[in-house]
Write a protein that binds this ligand. Structure first.
Ligand code: AMP
Length: 497
């Protein structure tokens, strides 16, 4: 078996990894590190959790330990698709390079340009960045990429999903032809293949087995839900989620709840909070400081439930969780494997619940096909009927959102989050706020009574307004839409001739 000392890494790196407690290299490290140390390009096909960050960071540090950085000319570049992943690489770098004098800068959105400029001006050995932010700096004329000796592209398939490939191509073209390229992707989609053929030179291809199976230690359950009405699907799913969490009780020490869309991440987190659960959202539109705080809270146990989108959660190095809840069936079957792989780690037991509705049948079939097995069907917890009735008793203005949601899904195709650095979905977020405020308002009397009381209040206000303006209560009234228009309730008065 290969040991780290067989790998010809810098002794300072070996010391740091021994202190980090690593005993033996993971398969991707054992294969990629020797190739990278010869200066050859590497094409690594591996997922997060396989130790791939160290497989490029350790040879990078070893190579850069000789030589010095010049102002505004970083010696190496590591590109990651999201801020969190870039920050994670930076953290890893700090651990592995702690006995060296190498410097780094992290260029991600949500941090002021001025601070980042200062670091670049001083000269950095390793520049870790998201593609959008890197190009922003470049276009401001603050950065020269002609000194880049090594370029790393991490999670290329995510870059593809997020629409970053044109940015990556541009960045490749800004770096010297003689650079070494270390390129990592979990899958080799045709577009990824094209990029590697174009920008990698005779790469060593290293691959670790693709994870298409789920660990034996994860107990999986599919909870099928047939909404009472189509426009109630979203609220009834939330009721189902609450009753599943309640059913698991203390056994659910911490959990990640996955939604397919970031707008739903917000609604679900706020709804859980309103019902007294300790939940926080994480998605690309949140401020960097909020995301960092949320993750820290989840890591240290002060946040119990993390509601996340795939993109935000992808690659995050979060300690094992007791439960995973798929609020939505993922539309990409591999995401199912990634999601539930967050639990049941290192031989520990974990549970994964997936809530599905009849409209998910197609995605469910794809997941079962990938896993080569049928997901065990579970039954709705006892508390669900009550929780659903309570949800139905509320005016579900989200119903409108549900219909839009359904229509969009039907019009369809793949829906992906936009690049984190470029996301703007403010209108959608505004809708979220309103929806949650209405959907999760405290339970009031059954719908008919409440409607009546609301109409009463409305009439009351109108009457008062008219009186205050010196108008007459018996003026002709024009009704526009809402339930029973006022004018239908008025008596007709004969016009004085
Ligand atoms: P990654 O796939 O790079 O996100 O790494 C996943 C986790 O494995 C991180 O927490 C690393 O610190 C850890 N790790 C990486 N390499 C090793 C190793 N050789 N031995 C033990 N843990 C490792």
């Amino acid at each position: 078996m290969t040991t780290f000392s067989d790998l010809k890494l810098d002794p300072k790196v070996l010391k740091a990894i021994a202190e980090a407690g690593y005993e033996t290299p993971t398969p991707i490290q054992a294969q990629a590190i020797p190739e990278a140390l010869t200066g050859r390009d590497v094409l690594g096909i591996a997922q997060t959790g396989t130790g791939k960050t160290a497989s490029f960071t350790l040879p990078l540090i070893t190579r850069l330990s000789r030589g010095r950085a010049r102002a505004r000319m970083p010696r190496s570049l590591v590109l990651a698709p999201t801020r969190e992943l870039a920050a994670q690489v930076a953290e890893n770098f700090d651990v592995y390079a702690k006995h060296t004098k190498l410097t780094k800068a992290l260029l991600i959105g949500g941090v002021s340009f001025a601070e980042q400029d200062k670091l670049i001006d001083r000269g950095v050995d390793v520049l870790i960045a998201t593609p959008g932010r890197l190009l922003d700096h470049f276009e401001r004329g603050k950065l020269l990429l002609t000194g880049v000796e090594v370029m790393v592209v991490d999670e290329a398939d995510r870059m593809l999903d997020m629409g970053f490939i044109p940015d990556i191509e541009k960045i490749f073209q800004l770096t010297p032809f003689t650079r070494q390229t270390l390129f990592f992707s979990a899958t080799m989609a045709p577009e990824i293949e094209r990029i590697t053929n174009m920008f990698l030179s005779n790469p060593a291809r290293v691959e670790v087995a693709r994870q298409a199976t789920t660990a034996e230690t994860i107990e999986q359950q599919l909870i099928e839900l047939t909404p009472t009405r189509r426009d109630r699907a979203f609220s009834e799913k939330r009721a189902m989620l609450r009753s599943l969490i309640a059913m698991e009780g203390d056994a659910c020490t911490n959990a990640i709840i996955f939604c397919n869309r970031k707008i739903d991440v917000d609604v679900v987190a706020k709804s859980l909070k309103k019902h007294g659960f300790d939940a926080s959202p994480i998605h690309g539109d949140l401020d960097q400081s909020v995301r960092t705080r949320t993750l820290e809270g989840f890591r240290d146990g002060s946040v119990r439930l993390l509601v996340a989108s795939d993109v935000a959660a992808r690659g995050l190095d979060i300690p094992a969780v007791s439960h995973v809840f798929n609020f939505d069936v993922p539309s990409h079957s591999e995401d199912y494997v990634h999601r539930i792989g967050r639990t049941g780690r290192a031989g520990r037991k974990g549970k994964a619940f997936t809530i599905s509705t009849p409209s998910d049948d197609k995605y469910l079939a794809a997941i079962e096909h990938l896993l080569q097995k049928t997901l065990p069907r579970g039954t709705a917890p006892e508390g669900f009927a009550e929780a659903a009735a309570e949800a139905s008793a509320r005016p579900d203005r989200a119903g409108r959102g549900d219909r839009k949601r359904g229509d969009r899904a039907e019009r369809g195709g793949r829906r992906r989050e936009k690049p984190v650095d470029k996301q703007t979905d403010q209108a959608a977020e505004a809708m979220t706020e309103t929806d949650v405020a209405v959907i999760d308002a405290p339970v009031e009397p059954p719908a008919p009574q409440r409607e009546e009381r609301r109409d009463e209040r409305r009439d009351d206000k109108r009457g008062r307004g008219r009186r205050e303006r010196g108008g007459r209560d018996d003026q002709p009234v024009v009704g526009m839409g809402d339930h029973v228009p006022d004018f239908l309730m008025r008596e007709f008065r004969a016009k004085a001739s």
